[in-house]
Design a protein. Sequence first.
Length: 372
Amino acid sequence: MREYLLKQINAAGGWLSFERFMDLALYAPILGYYSGGAQKFGRGGDFTTAPEVSSLYGACVAVQCQEILRQLNAGSILEIGAGSGRLAADVLGSLDSLRTLPRHYWILEISAELRDRQREHIERHQPHLLERVQWLDRPPEESFDGVILANEVLDALPVARFRWRADAIEELGVAAEDGRFAWAGRAANSAMARICGALSRAGGGWEDGYVSEYCPRLIAWTQAVTRSLRKGAALWFDYGLPRAQYYLPERHDGTLLCHFRHRAHGDPFLMVGLQDITAWVDFTLLAEASRECGFNLAGFTTQGYFLAGTGIDQQMQLIAGNDARQFARLANQARQLMLPGEMGERFKAMAWQRGMHEPLRGFEVLDLRHTL
Ligand SMILES: C[S@@+](CC[C@H](N)C(=O)[O-])C[C@H]1O[C@@H](n2cnc3c(N)ncnc32)[C@H](O)[C@@H]1O
């Protein structure tokens, strides 16, 4: 992968935008992190997402899906970026118990290797529901009613990186120095300079040398993946912040976060192709995208409060039954998902609605839309 990227830098005249570098490092055919065969998720992988922590998570997401599917009378689910397939299997299993199965469960997945893994996982855990699952190369062509789900996908969209200078803003890209990757700045174009000016004002003003990033493709990408939803909701789960907190002056080195074997660090040039590279989500931008895409912003809250609203305590009772040891195990997992110092506050949930306005229970306990 390193050789391949060095060649790309050379072919581009010695400088590759960071957005392009991240795109290739994650998604280049065969070599990219998400194209290769590394385990990635869960204990034996590089990072643990909420569905990997506990099936309580999928059970709660299913409760929210059930409410929406009932309001629609019926519908389908489109999951984007399904990882190991755990969320799909847990959501389908819970909806089956709730007698609200979706007509189709589509998975839009960029990685062929992960598609195979998702199929295996669903076949192993919900074999009777596999026939409902269909993998897509692109969003469904025909319009549909239902729910779109994306858990930790937005943080994997490539971002542009910049350095704030009082006299001229720089776009940070990647150059090669003695066969190694090195940051290299170039004068930002006028579009980037305008965006950075607005982000700086939102964050409260930056000092010379402030470095951060933003996701230039977020609006176009969300437009593309939500276009065919006629009526229903899109649910986005990810780590991130409203813009004013994201771009605070003290966060002067951005939010890039790389994962390799459960170690998190901020250096995207290490173990390229073998480690995950992510950036936090600017939820104000995601709220702006909802309007651009023709949705109303139906809710914004923390993961902890989303799980409280969708009844995680009842799910624990339901799954554990009279098994006290199982209950204790689930209680530990619930703590990991909900506590502010764990995943409860850093991770957020956002809901968009199109063609419907009913309140959504996952967003009723704590409404944080005013912070966006
Ligand atoms: C960090 S993983 C999250 C996986 C899973 N949702 C979970 O929470 O465990 C990101 C997932 O999004 C997929 N992905 C990334 N960009 C995508 C895109 N543009 N379209 C579809 N899937 C994408 C990756 O292949 C991977 O399955």
